[in-house]
Ligand binder design. Structure first.
Ligand code: GLN
Length: 196
């Protein structure tokens, strides 16, 4: 069973996509709801709000512990929460060796869509089609270090997806498309981690 952190943001869309690909799901609002989960998605929304609510609900430390043992995928605000540094004082899980820049695209192109090449998705599909990236006041991953690896970049080279073992961060929103490849890719990560 895979959980979706349901404090704020686009958690319903993730739940829907997971159900569509046949995954049992659970909404997570309390620490005990992390029990027996095989993986977790932290959705997009507002990272400061999600972080503060996670502190209020006593979830910050349990989420950190969970992320040491199980797969977590953060989309957009979720990617910010996974990072070790967002260059601002806000609660973070600090699980991934990535530095992010919040709201990196300024006001005029705060939201945009662009096709992305994500070679790693070949693992879940023979289709070579690009992935349609939906960016909404998105962060950029401005550096990866340690064991984190780049999975996708914009045509100008700026990083928008990274993976560190069983942790995945995307600056865009696959749950707002009809393309389930990133969700299936994450489920493979969940299974890999369980088997390790
Ligand atoms: N701008 C938000 C933040 O900084 C992220 C936006 C999103 O998740 N779509 O937290």
């Amino acid at each position: 069973m895979v959980g979706v952190l349901a404090l704020q943001g686009s958690f319903l869309e993730h739940l829907k996509m997971l159900r569509q690909i046949g995954v049992d799901v659970r909404e997570v609002r309390l620490p005990e709801q992390l029990e027996n989960l095989d993986g977790l998605i932290i959705p997009g929304g507002e990272s400061t709000t999600i972080g503060k609510l996670a502190v209020d609900f006593g979830l910050l430390e349990p989420l950190r512990e969970f992320g040491k043992e199980r797969a977590i995928w953060g989309t957009c605000a979720g990617a910010i929460l996974l990072s070790k540094d967002a260059r601002r004082d806000q609660p973070l899980l600090e699980l991934m060796d990535i530095t992010v820049e919040r709201n990196a695209f300024g006001r005029q192109i705060a939201s945009f869509e662009i096709d992305l090449e994500i070679p790693a998705l070949k693992e879940v599909s023979n289709e070579d089609a690009p992935f349609h990236g939906v960016f909404i006041r998105a962060p950029l991953i401005d550096s990866v270090s340690g064991k984190a690896k780049v999975l996708a970049s914009l045509p100008d080279g700026r990083i928008v997806a990274a993976r560190q073992g069983h942790l995945l961060a995307t600056a865009f929103h696959p749950e707002l498309t009809d393309d389930d490849r990133v969700h299936r890719y994450f489920i493979n990560m969940v299974i890999e981690k369980l088997a390790s």
